[in-house]
Design a protein around this ligand. Sequence first.
Ligand code: PMP
Length: 291
Amino acid sequence: FDQLQGYIWMNGEFLRWGDAKVHVLTHGLHYASAVFEGERAYGGEIFKLNEHNERLHESARILGFDIPYSVAEINEACRQLLAKQGFEDAYVRPIAWRGSESMGVSAQNNRINLSIAIWQWPSYFDPAQKLKGIRLDIAEYRRPDPRTAPSKSKAAGLYMICTISKHAAEAKGYADAMMLDWRGQVAEATGANIFFVKDGVIHTPIPDCFLDGITRRTVIDLAKRRGYEVIERVIMPEELEGFEQCFLTGTAAEVTPVAEIGPYRFTVGDVATNLMHDYMAEVQPKRAAAE
Ligand code: PMP
């Protein structure tokens, strides 16, 4: 990955991809004082750019630091870098972290750094598997209580249990894992939100200890526009037996149908398929329609 081509925006400058380096004593590396975003460009425009970069600022604020660039400045840096990289469709990864000026848990005076990288990441899940529905394991780790971790922040530290869970699932041949929360309720996948369908009605967990994804909210709006009823409620794993369809949503995952979760089976049905298409239409730049 460090051999990819082009530029990385770092602390206000465009650096050659291979020159965007950090010191090994970076606080963000030792103590996970880092927050990031995952954004996607379609047709040369970054979908919901401002919303993502607002969330980046909010994620940092929750961890107790201020990013030294405004949301508008970050938006502009993302746009300029996308143009410089020359991609129409791409994945955009801003990250902010505490630097290496001092070592220890306390890092009051360490510099707050910001970088942005953009690369081509066509599909988070294997496209052929996506059409058939992916297979999910049920993770051992659970999403923590919001009193235990800053669950509203897209903080690097929260991904520790996601990587462990995803690797454990992959070792068993699954594409990903569904995580429960600390109460044993269905929460989400390791990098995407989860939805279920029964009798044409959509059910999804209340995001009170995990990210209320930007894709999640977009898909809820699209579902309502189509006239589907969407219920946000507590979902227990035993209920999975009764659901007919399941799908994941996320910037990287987009809308991905799920065929299996542990012992439970789902069909890639009309609701998941319709929303998958609606989402792909929604993310396309609107300028053609406006002209
Ligand atoms: N949950 C987790 C753990 C994620 O990493 C993501 C991806 N950012 C999501 C949910 C979905 O968020 P979004 O739709 O904003 O990408």
